[in-house]
Design a protein around this ligand. Sequence first.
Ligand code: DGJ
Length: 734
Amino acid sequence: MNSKRQVIISSLFVLASQFTIGQNITIPIETRDNATCFQVDKDNRLWNVYFGKKLAKKSEYEYISSQSHFSDANAGKYNSAYTPAGTWNLSEPALQVTHHDGNPSTDLKYIGHKTFNGKNFSLNVIQLADSVYKINVELHYKTWPDVNVIEQWAEITNNEAGDITLNKYASANLFFSGTDFFVTGFQGEYLKEMQPSEEKLKQGIKTIESKLGTRAMLLGTPNFILSFDKPANENSGLTVLGHLAWSGNFKMEFEIESNKNLRLIAGINPYASNYQLAKGKTFVTPSLIYTISENGTGQASRQLQSWARNNRILNGNGERQTLLNNWEATYFDFNETKLAGLVKNTADLGLDMFLLDDGWFGNKYPRNNDDAGLGDWQENKKKLPNGLGYLVKEAQNNKIKFGIWIEPEMVNPQSNLYNEHLDWVIRQPQRPEKLYRNQLVLDLSNPAVQDYVYSIVDTLFRKNPALSFIKWDCNAVIYNAWSAHLQASKQPQSQLYVDYVKGLYTVLQRIRAKYPSVDMMLCSGGGGRADYEFLKYFTEFWPSDNTEPVERIFLQWNYSYFFPSIATDCHVTNWGKQPLKFKIDVASMGKLGFDIVPDHLSATDLAFCKEAIKNYKSFKDIVWHGTQYRLASPYENPYASLMYVNENRTNAVMFTYLHSNRFFDGTVSNRPIKINGLKVNMLYTVKELNVYPGTKSSIDENQKFTGDFLMNVGLNPDLSLSRTSVVLLLTAVD
Ligand code: DGJ
């Protein structure tokens, strides 16, 4: 699945010493503060015996299992490290295999384990094998100790005499001993992405999953907060933030077993996805990535954000481009002159790049609305008589960059592509087509389609080497899942969902091999795609088409549990009745962009806009690369407050918004908000930014406060009905 990963692992086997082999072995896997621990029993089965605080004395891990006696007369033991199906286990399995002779039984025994230490991570590999059938399972635990992050996946190898079928092949099977567990899932729909919903788990299985085919998100997301003993809290409590790094159908099952402990099985959704594994081949599952905090969601998300910036997101520590996007400025209604005007506006505003959105292509079937043209990636001659090249040049003349929107995995039935390559389209040949946004999905399990999708990007870059940004959209889900390619190549149709995603990763790997650093935004009919497998190839994602700024405060708050602001694209649009200042202040908490017609702004708004962009550029480093603190939750207050602090803790930006005036009595700011992340003994000044022309800040920028004061007493941003958003810059003065 991931060739790079396989290269690392195989060289590790050559380099590392032999596997440790034997019975009654204890295998603690530690991060800086926490540990999970495995133990081998007398029958050579592997059990997960601990999840919690790291023990001071390593030799004591051995005694953990002797202190608990959990077993059930019917289901046996629940804490298998990778629960097999068809033998001793009756609970939800992690692995269910049909062997080459049709036998459905699997029992995994411990073979050995070893550890490899990298620069800032350790990789622990535990090898298991079935004692009757020749399949091996390697459980991989990659830990980044400093940020308490564990990335976990499984590799299943078929050494049998023939092909086997993987019916269920989870990435991770975790076990938490305890009594009260609270899980927050993030569900929603178009324009309502990432809505949190927390519940106390009761006996049985709570499932968070998706079956949309092309996109993990929309209705459900592959993210969760798990909190022990009490509901999730920002600053206290044992908390796990988890994320499945897979861009297709996923399933996460939280099972409270009969002893009230929690089992978690997470991975690719087995729904309609039996996978045939050929003799001699290995299936690498996607990763479950999780971080553990003993101080609530605040610390957990700072750990995950830091991990993501340093280890996962493409160019996670680098720069990003502010932009003007024409989608909401023009929709499909544009021509070269209009766009050239927007290019000029982009430069005048002081932004880095102009992004041309949907509608620039298709001739026989022009893309003048969303029912035609997808698949025909030639410039529309009527709208762009001089091609993209002319606009790219216009951008260069204006000293800005140029970016472009594509949706290369899709096709409209009204297109040349559909007419010429019906066999490339996912559809049931004998049934009526079911369209989603008037379009269908191309079959990325087919290598010819992969070549075609790659060539769309490659051709754009070859013709326009100065292109500096791609917005990669994906609006449709997979209905009528059926692949002409799998049929012709005699592979099971049940591989389509998995092979679609693998095919897409293959295309992205090829694109990144040739174009390693160009910025790319993940977009999916709003926020349908944001996961840590995709973000190896993308620099950022689009959280939602809902840009109403109050909704955005909540949305961005929820995304921030899992993703850093450098990857979160936030645009100012015409949505919402709030003043422009409020909109820009909200969008300034992520990567700032605009989707407006600057010529429609009043002279004062325009002047303010330019000033706010200048200010953003002065503090963007802190927002993109700093540490984020969620100070006041919009769910608990009529206001919200967040801040970002730079690495040396000498500079910070604090954003505060009044999002509701229900019960407003004129005293919203009756109490200070406690700041976080500063140096106790350092002196700071506080200066208000983005002050709208004609208004005066009520913050005294000459006053100095110690970090001690700001963190223990707090700071009052002085919100009121006439000051609904306040941006404060804290600067160390000694
Ligand atoms: C859906 C995206 O979310 C929008 O931002 C825009 O790019 C449209 N697609 C274009 O069709």
